[in-house]
Design a protein around this ligand. Sequence first.
Ligand code: ADP
Ligand code: ZN
Length: 684
Amino acid sequence: MPETVENKEYKYALCLVDIKVLGTRTFSYLIPDNLKKDIKIGQPVMVPFGFGKGRMIKAYIVGFSDYLEEGIKAKYIDEILENEALFDLEYLKVLEWVANYYFSDLPTVLKTALPEKFFAKNLKNYRKPNKELKVLKTRKTSKTNTLTEEQQKVYEDIKKVNAKTSLLYGITGSGKTEIYFELIEDTINEGKNVLFLAPEIALVSQLTNRTIKRFGKSSVGIWHSSISEAEKYKVWQKLRNDEIKILFGARSSVFAPIKNLGLIIIDEENDPAYKQTMPAPRYSAIEVAKKLAELNGARVILGSATPDIKSYYEAKNSNSLFILNHRYNNAPLPKVQMVDMRLERGLGNNGIFSKYLIDEINKTVKNKNQVILLINRRGFSSYTQCLSCSTVVECPKCAIPLIYHSASNSHRCHYCNYEIKNLTKCPKCEEEGTLENFGTGTQRVEEIAGKIFPDMKIQRLDSDNLTKKNEHFEILDAFNKGEIDILIGTQMIAKGLDNPNVTLVGVINADLSFNLPDFRSSERGFSLLCQVAGRSGRGKEEGKVIFQTYNNSNIFLDKAREQDYDSFFENEIEIREAFDYPPFSKIIRIILSSDNNFRAEKSAMEISMRLKDWIDKQSLSERLIVMGPAPCVLEKIRGEYRFNLIVKNKLDEKGHNIILSFLRKIILPNDIKMVVDIDPMDIL
Ligand code: ADP
Ligand code: ZN
């Protein structure tokens, strides 16, 4: 990897500056003769800025040139702040790719990629001398496990293929991590380094502990948004000195400057947390990792028990899919039972707890075991279902649930704006008065549980608990210590929890996550239910799982009950193909917003029309499909009215470039904002 560019001939350096009024931008500066031999990409420098002599501000060298735009008079760079570059050319290439692909810009991406403080004026405070350069060796502190026959075969197969990206699909507890370890060891023995990503900080720490046990502490580093800037700087220095063999982290660690990269492991690759939605750059750490690997000649291993549909499809079609079908020791997967809540209603129980679930909770807690209750609700959502034939009211064009709006008494599609007014009977079975709106009221689960089980210790865990710094961990800790009988939570509790005393998992309304207004809702629902089921019976005692449902003919729910990914995939991929959803297209989401509802809608319509026109003119309207505008599912956020445009791109890179070049030319009035989200994780 080249550390410097031959730059002695260049006259100008492109400097990235960060100024309040202008935001971050690049400007050309003359390189003084005395700095010519030292200057390189990635260095922080001081440059004059403003009229006349101006003031000195900090900047970064991001390129060189011999030419200057006409009419500009360049000033001289004043000083090189740190000789060692903070990033190199290869790294800059990755960042530039991120900026282009995700419709962002280099300064924004740099800000995300480099630790905040490196940009601030107090960089010098961090510039401590490297005292001793320890020579580090990977040293095993515990015996390695011998792979089972199945694991060994998969490991050897992975080694054999030439694919840049491979997918390891293995049910929970099948030993994916054991295989990662073997691959890590091989990579280190080849003298190369490893980046190991997990979707959440809690999972990062668990994995790190296990890795330290195997590879020793000295060669392992951690990087995520919750470690301090000073700590990050230390890790950064170590990375630059090539002292870290295995770097662990969440999404943002994909930007850490690892040298000599040989392998990137991405565990739980289907987790939406790998995609940053707010703020820009709205990047996917997985896509960035693939780019990084490509530029470094490294391999990427994706791992999951419920792979992303697109990853699975791609791996299957490129002979890079590897499967672990058995749990270590052939431990059984927990059995899942379904309770038909419509029957409960028939018996006069209109509550949200079935009699069966209540009985099982009582039994479990009496036996001194613990219970997890999942409310699989994501923020806001609602849907309408016929209680007679179980049909969920959907958009005929988009195959997503319609949302009921009481003000206009209408059901509306939030992708394409399709609308049905005054719906009184089920569109399928045509029965009158059987439609019911679901999705509200579940917040009351904790309250209701408190009434049904007055003597039990009940705790709720959801995003509210994330506001206080350690509350989330404290609750999990108390739960693991057995201080809580029933833990009620959203998807947060489905991941990673490893409490052998949990023998019952109940899902209050298993249909909910299948009925989000989002083409990925089946995928999300399936994976969430499999994950949460896996929390039950991890100890010696066998576990039970109960799914309460109002629709026991939902085929996806049935697949989740059987935890049968393959069969789920076969069903889902057909729908994706029929409706042109990924992997058969790539999606670009454009959000137009304004504090004026009318103006937001008007600008969305105008852009939609112009975009459709432009695509029509190139005769591409079958390959670049524009939907909307439609109001976003979350129609108003912080006083801004939001409208969605969705483009299904079936032309890969070419289509991507056509759409983005159109969007780059748009000039918006001041009161209208536009956000572009590439390969969005949801369309709320
Ligand atoms: P996964 O990552 O697929 O969920 P893990 O690698 O965490 O699975 O394995 C599940 C459990 O089984 C772990 O406690 C692990 O130590 C154990 N295990 C898996 N494979 C082996 C093996 N070959 N020898 C000993 N223990 C194993
Ligand atoms: Zn629609």
